[in-house]
Ligand binder design. Structure first.
Ligand code: PEP
Ligand code: MN
Length: 346
């Protein structure tokens, strides 16, 4: 259900508060023309109070039975903030999980180029125990003359790969005119870095019945990313996976600068799972593993990595895709490190 306004206050119920006391707080907010967003937590129930700040200030919330504390939510992002939902969100897709200790291992080609290339990659990554298959059908290319993706034909190929391997599909939605086929085919809808600030597209996927993998914009701050996620969650879709994929800085030695610091910051600020794409910031395959290692060690809830059977022939991102022949060693390292970090491959 879409959320009508911003939760301005956090009403933290005591650990021993009863359901009747929670219901009573919700009823009193309703009576006053405000509304409530109830999040039952492991330790305590938290109620987000939605309404005009001035109106909320007139209510004797602290005096209601069972209420332990009333705090203003000062951050501009509310629904995605850890304050409102202290427990981490776990996103489950066809039995695979990401978040709260479950590590999402997503791999596959940058782009679906042919049926053979896609199936070959899907088989190779499935054999190494990844949890989801990635692959672009609609590609955001810097050059209008570059290969733009196979579109609907690619979606059919991806479905065949899912059928054969059982891996859930992650694929990008670029254009509101493609919502129907992409949402139908995808298990997780990817919003790419270049569309992170496409607010109408964000609202559109906020109304979609599938989880969203939201990539950080090339020149966006951590707060911008969280506000973009807020657009999606506000429309009623609370299943959002955030993805750090590198940002533009003055450094040119790598394709983008992977902002490792964003991982622990995001983990503190939000209850949503945070994953990392080490392929696009690397820009070349020898850097993908070290960046992936750093991401896992910094506490990421997963990675999304590009793999191709013959990267030298790839139509997009040839330099950074890991050959399927080397993916086994890559996956071994990631699994070992994830386990060291106390994560279970989801
Ligand atoms: C991709 O994942 O293929 C992609 C285009 O990524 P980004 O939007 O992060 O550039
Ligand atoms: Mn790519």
């Amino acid at each position: 259900m879409a959320i009508t306004g911003a939760p301005e206050l956090l009403i933290v119920m005591g650990a021993s508060a009863t359901q009747d006391q929670v219901d009573e707080v919700v009823a009193r907010l309703d009576e006053a023309g405000c509304s409530a967003l109830v999040t039952p937590g492991r330790e305590a129930t938290v109620i987000g109070a939605i309404g005009e700040r001035e109106l909320l200030a007139t209510l004797p919330l602290e005096g209601f039975a069972g209420v332990e504390q009333v705090l203003p939510i000062l951050k501009p992002y509310k629904l995605v903030s850890r304050e409102l939902s202290p427990d981490p969100t776990v996103i489950e897709v066809r039995g695979r999980r990401i978040g709260d200790g479950y590590f999402g291992f997503i791999a596959g080609p940058c782009t679906v180029e042919t049926r053979e290339q896609t199936l070959e990659t899907a088989r190779a990554v499935a054999a190494e125990g990844v949890t989801m298959l990635r692959g672009g059908a609609f590609k955001p290319r810097t050059s209008p003359y570059a290969f733009q993706g196979l579109g609907d034909e690619a979606l059919e190929i991806l479905k065949e790969a899912r059928e054969e391997t059982g891996l859930p599909l992650v694929t990008e939605l670029m254009d509101p005119r493609h919502v129907e086929p992409v949402v139908e085919a995808a298990d997780v809808i990817q919003i790419g870095a270049r569309n992170m600030s496409n607010f109408s597209l964000l609202s559109e996927v906020g109304r979609a019945p599938k989880p969203v993998l939201l990539k950080r914009g090339l020149s966006s701050t951590v707060e911008d990313l969280l506000m973009a996620a807020e657009y999606i969650v506000k429309e009623g879709n609370s299943e959002v996976i955030l993805c750090e994929r590198g940002i533009k800085t003055f450094e040119t030695a790598t394709r983008f600068t992977l902002d490792i610091g964003a991982i622990p910051v995001l983990k503190q600020e939000t209850h949503l799972p945070v994953i990392v794409d080490p392929s696009h910031p690397a820009g070349r395959r020898d850097l993908v593993l070290p960046l992936a290692r750093a991401a896992v060690a910094a506490g990421a809830d997963g990675i999304i990595v590009e793999v191709h059977p013959r990267p030298e022939e790839a139509l997009c991102d040839a330099a950074q895709q890991i050959p399927t022949s080397e993916f086994g060693d890559f996956a071994d390292e990631i699994r070992a490190l994830a386990s060291l970090m106390g994560r279970t491959i989801g």
